[in-house]
Design a protein around this ligand. Sequence first.
Ligand code: F6R
Length: 636
Amino acid sequence: MNTSWYQDALSASLETSKWEHLPVVIFEQPKIAAARVAREIADLVRNREADGLKVVLGLATGSTPIFVYQELARLHREEGLSFRNVITFNLDEYFPISPDHAQSYHRFMRMHFFDHIDIPAAQIHIPDGALARENVPAACERYEKMIAEAGGIDLQILGIGRTGHIGFNEPGSSRRSLTRLIHLDRLTRIDAIKDFQSEELVPRTAITMGVKTILQARRVVIMAFGEHKAAIVARAVEGEVSSEIPATFLQDHEDCLVVLDRAAASGLTRIQTPWLVGPLEESGLAWTDSMLRRGVNWLAQQTGKAILKLTDEDYNSHSLGELLSQHGNAYEINLRMFRQVQNTITGWPGGKPAGKDNAPVSQPRPLRSASAATYPKRILIFSPHPGDDVHSMGGTLLRLAEHKHEVHIAYQVSGSGVVKDEVLQRYLDFQQHVTGAKAEWNAANASSLKAAICRAEARAAARVCGVDPDDLHFLDLPFYEKMGENYRQVSGEDIAITAKLLAQVQPHQIYAAGDLADPHGTHRICLDILTQALKQSRKEPWFAHCEAWLYRGAWAPWPIHEVDMAVPLSPAETARKQRAIFQHESSKHQGPLFGGDSGEPDNVPLDGARATSRLFDALGMPDYEAIETFHRWELA
Ligand code: F6R
């Protein structure tokens, strides 16, 4: 079935075959990648139908294949693609779970795919999570039989879990495993908190096709999108075959393709340290300034040396000799790179005020917009959930306020989803105690009450940072509120609300969360909405003077080579940032929603900024208590 894009992928990966044990194609955006996978499926379905044959598809759930299903549904609606000749087998289902439960994969498949196409119900197969436990083994055997009787799976699509699972074959699964009941790994359950609201509600077991069942498919396409998958993708593609990472078993499959977006591919050697794969030009790359910084920072970390101490010998013995031949000797390169990193550091993220008698002062090097010298500035910080602002850039935020800029903070979603029922109950008990009136909550008012808690906490945190609570904007973007019925569909309303705020504030500086995690995750959707709102604002007079910075979740700070502005914090500022973070009590231990693991200790955001500071120190920069980092966001 080798379609031409598959051929491209094969030849691309031959150059890197020393590292990559599976053919890989990388797309700029998940949507484009998904459209290519959808096209392959559509071609297969049409070709088989033309020959009067059925086609058997193996399907996955989770956020990864959603765009594929959306595109296939579009092809059905707009181009008449029919699924009458399609038989489907889903990989897995939670156990126990009823098919109508909001998180059941039966419901997921109806909502995202089956309700939008013409597949006959009798041709759909999904493991049954509602069986009595004693009936599960026989049902699993029957599932295998049904796949065999249908003629085997022609094309299996897969996602990959952060444990390296395919289907729900968690680490330790055998290559010979068949459909069965398994225990979910803790990390998999943590990743599912975003769907089930709390860890206790995530089922402990699931029914899954086995590794052998998957490997028997005639063709396998495994997709991964978002940087939270980068590490496991690298291990699955470049690591040894082992049951520790079940996805590595795919290396033994004869017709398997890995489809990635840039973020998920970012851990591959050819992207991370391309000089190890071969001369850069051969991979269509060049020693740009950013690549130089990547190489030199990597070399400093590898050798444990400060930048200025790296020698010609270090460059040569770490596959960076090419750099010396193109850019001079180690001393020259070191000095250039040292200055670049040094020039990212500023304690004046909003710029400096004019001197005595309005004398112009030289502005911090990272600032370069037309409004660099405007002082004070109007600053607009976009925080996806209440709390992301202080967790990720609390020190910078309090500096901006201290420097008397007009700081506005926009909370893009209400954050109600992270507040547990028990926290809400505590607030209502308090209210009842104070007012004497019985306060109750129910399904209808819970989310607005929880949103009110998040608002109160955001106000408290803003006060700690010296930001006027009147300059907080709670956007309550509708995509988040409607999440349940209409899985995170962005609408014009989300964009209009955001554009209206931009027009109102007319910012000189914008800060936004720039993590490229799950494309269906709140952070990435919020950034997409802001991107579109900014596009609409292009012609506004303020736009030409506006400078924008991306911050990252404290759990995944910018790698040094991507840092364009580094704001150092003193011990006192770090302590104040901690006080601001502590105001967001109800979202404590909700790490995954902020980009990290649940149950993280409270000081993770502070440790992130401290770790960045240690990295700067190791490169030979000044030794600060903590550093918050930003990447320039080119708006033009
Ligand atoms: C789903 C499945 C799982 C997911 C994996 C990735 O049917 O079998 O292996 O593909 O957990 O999940 P997402 O796509 O949500 O990151």
